[in-house]
Design a protein around this ligand. Structure first.
Ligand code: MF3
Ligand code: CO
Length: 248
């Protein structure tokens, strides 16, 4: 069942989203060669707690940290560690917070110092695909319109949309129905309605779509070792069109 949210609930989700965005802004300033992903995790957690919110991922199905830090060929769910960022890396920062019973969720991929032109293009296409998907988040359209908009943009650029992980509804739970795949057919799937709130999150691989999970049971990496990027917004479907709640 897809839970529709009232304006009041959307306002509450947007409060959680503002906390997430505030933390991601702080993190962006810290992204440089030499910093560890554990240090980034601590910054994120302190920021979230300082705003009277709580980390959404910590403890979720046993996930051990506040932030997901996925570097280079890591697709999603990289666990913060003593690893230091190096010049030329790309890192996805994925962060969720809960405030007053409602969740917000967002992710972005950032280059560390100077990155290759290929990596830059991957990050750009991933972001663009997110916005292509968001444009379809309108009452009367269908879920598959979002999925196809993402997939077609990604594949048109010569990359692969990841099949193994999907976006999701969000509200009083981090993950609600519907699942929001980054591939699919336009005109298919549930009809989109005012009051739906979706976390849309394309993961894009430079090579093949296949992923595997490392021995830590969390970190997803590309099977072929190719670079991967990720971008995510929490978006409300309203009578006035898509409303990005995790706006910077
Ligand atoms: N943005 C991701 C998601 O919504 C992050 C989840 S990490 C987890 O699925 F630890 F909470 F699983
Ligand atoms: Co998410």
């Amino acid at each position: 069942m897809i839970i529709l949210k009232s304006d009041r609930e959307i306002e509450k989700i947007s409060v959680a989203c503002r906390v997430v965005v505030g933390a991601l802004k702080e993190l962006k300033k810290e992204i440089k060669a030499g910093i560890t992903t554990e240090e980034l995790d601590r910054i994120a957690e302190e920021y979230i707690l300082s705003k009277g919110a709580k980390p959404a991922f910590k403890g979720y199905r046993g996930y051990p940290a506040t932030l997901c830090t996925s570097i280079n060929e890591e697709v999603v769910h990289g666990i913060p560690s003593k690893r230091r960022l190096a010049e030329g890396d790309i890192i996805s920062l994925d962060l969720g917070a809960i405030h007053d019973g409602y969740y917000g969720d967002a992710a972005l991929t950032i280059g560390v110092g100077k990155i290759s032109r290929e990596a830059e293009r991957l990050v750009k296409v991933t972001e663009e695909s997110l916005y292509r998907g968001i444009e379809e988040a309108q009452p009367g359209k269908r879920l598959g319109d979002i999925s196809w908009a993402i997939q077609s943009h990604v594949e048109g650029a010569g990359y692969s949309a990841v099949y193994d992980f999907v976006g999701h509804g969000i509200g009083r739970n981090l993950h609600e129905e519907p699942q929001v795949p980054n591939f699919g057919a336009s005109g298919q799937g549930p009809r989109l309605k005012e009051g739906m709130v979706l976390a849309i999150e394309p993961m894009v691989n430079m090579g093949g779509a296949a992923t595997r999970i490392l021995d830590d049971n969390w970190t997803a990496v590309t099977k072929d070792g190719s670079l991967s990027a990720h971008a995510e917004h929490t978006v409300a479907i309203t009578g006035k069109g898509p409303m990005i709640l995790t706006i910077f």
